[in-house]
Design a protein around this ligand. Structure first.
Ligand SMILES: [Zn+2]
Length: 361
């Protein structure tokens, strides 16, 4: 195994590897074309492949690039899964669904958000109902994304954020900034005002590919929180639920929960797991985020502010844009062989555990 070879330097290469490997594994790839193009004019799409026994109704679903630029990680994991033919290990009754780049626009353009600045993992809400209010975000917004990102205005903004961090505490500050907000469409962690393309596409993929599911175990690959190369399975279920108990039984007590305060993540609104449940209402669902560490929080936070500033006020053709794109790529993807190996080895362990868990149902 050369895990580094599973990973790709950009979206187009990642997609080509996935399509070739899925074909070589005997799968039929379903392609969902995105209406826009990538920075090099390349086609953007979500691609999905179902592998395993035709009569299987219990599915392990591996979903990647929910947060665009985090897709380097998930793509490497699913390509590795195909190169190593983990589908050949599937027991009777269990199949795999691999979803490559549910947010292809963000992956290609090196953004965490979708083409409409939406945080896809805050976008799965019932938009006919009043949206969650994150009152702590509003006063921070002008300081997170000041118009002038270099001079005095920036220094003032940083000082104000520091004060807010002291007032709210590190966890309170993290929740205010990243928990999700629905009031500033040009802001950070904006959850959208309607289901975005990637939201609608995920539902289509699930309905097209695995409408027959009786059990779904959903792994959603992310990066940017936690120690270098470590995977934190963050439960998609509240404690004291059957879903949480299944995760503990199948994956182990490394499973964390934002409800219990033992996760690097805080509680979020509108996460993707709700979309999976809605798309497949007759299945029993077990869902977890797999959050891989990259860089310290402060580094990731600065990368997100910089990228938000660039797309609000900057010039995408400028040398500054190149620097910021390098910064955000580096914040969410550690382009080193040891990091890739850590990512893949842990992914493979968790995939095997998940398959064994589903097999016991
Ligand atoms: Zn993420």
């Amino acid at each position: 195994m050369n895990a580094a070879s599973f990973f790709s330097p950009d979206y187009a290469t990642a997609r080509a590897k996935f399509l070739a490997a899925a074909g070589a594994a005997g799968g039929t790839v379903a392609t969902y074309l995105h209406p826009l193009r990538g920075p090099e004019g390349e086609e953007l799409a979500t691609d999905a492949v179902r592998l395993g026994p035709a009569d299987a109704h219990r599915y392990l679903v591996l979903n990647t690039a929910t947060h665009g630029v985090e897709g380097f990680c998930g793509s490497g994991a699913v390509v590795g899964c195909l190169y190593e033919r983990l589908d050949r290990e599937l027991p009777k009754g269990v199949a795999l669904l691999l979803i490559h780049a549910i947010n292809p626009h963000g992956f290609a353009w090196l953004r965490r958000v979708t083409e409409d600045n939406v945080d896809l993992n805050r976008n799965f809400l019932d938009f006919s109902q009043p949206l969650p209010v994150n009152a702590e975000y509003a006063p921070l917004h002008p300081f997170l994304l000041p118009r002038d990102f270099t001079g005095e205005e920036r220094a003032h903004a940083d000082a104000e954020l520091l004060k807010a961090r002291e007032r709210l505490g590190p966890r309170g500050f993290q929740k205010a900034v990243s928990g999700g907000q629905y009031a500033f469409p040009d802001g950070l962690f904006f959850g959208g005002l309607q289901p975005t393309w990637s939201n609608r596409t995920l539902r289509r993929v699930l309905q097209d590919q695995i409408a027959d599911a009786t059990h779904v175990l959903f792994y959603d690959f992310h990066t940017g929180l936690g120690p270098y190369g470590c995977a934190e399975p963050i439960s998609g279920h509240a404690p004291d639920t059957d879903g949480y108990r299944r995760l503990l039984a199948w994956i182990g007590d490394c499973v964390t929960s934002a409800h219990l305060g033992n996760s690097n993540s805080t509680r979020l609104s509108g996460t993707i797991g709700y979309g999976v449940e809605q798309a497949l209402p007759n299945a029993i669902h077990t869902k977890t985020t797999l959050e891989y560490g990259t860089r310290p929080n402060e580094y990731v936070h600065l990368a997100l502010r910089s990228d938000g500033w660039l797309h609000n006020y900057g010039d995408l053709a400028s040398p500054r844009a190149k620097e910021i794109k390098a910064l955000i790529r580096d914040a969410f993807y550690r382009d080193y062989d040891d990091w890739k190996e850590l990512v893949y080895v842990r992914a493979r362990q968790l995939i095997r555990k998940g398959i064994a868990g589903l097999a016991g149902q």
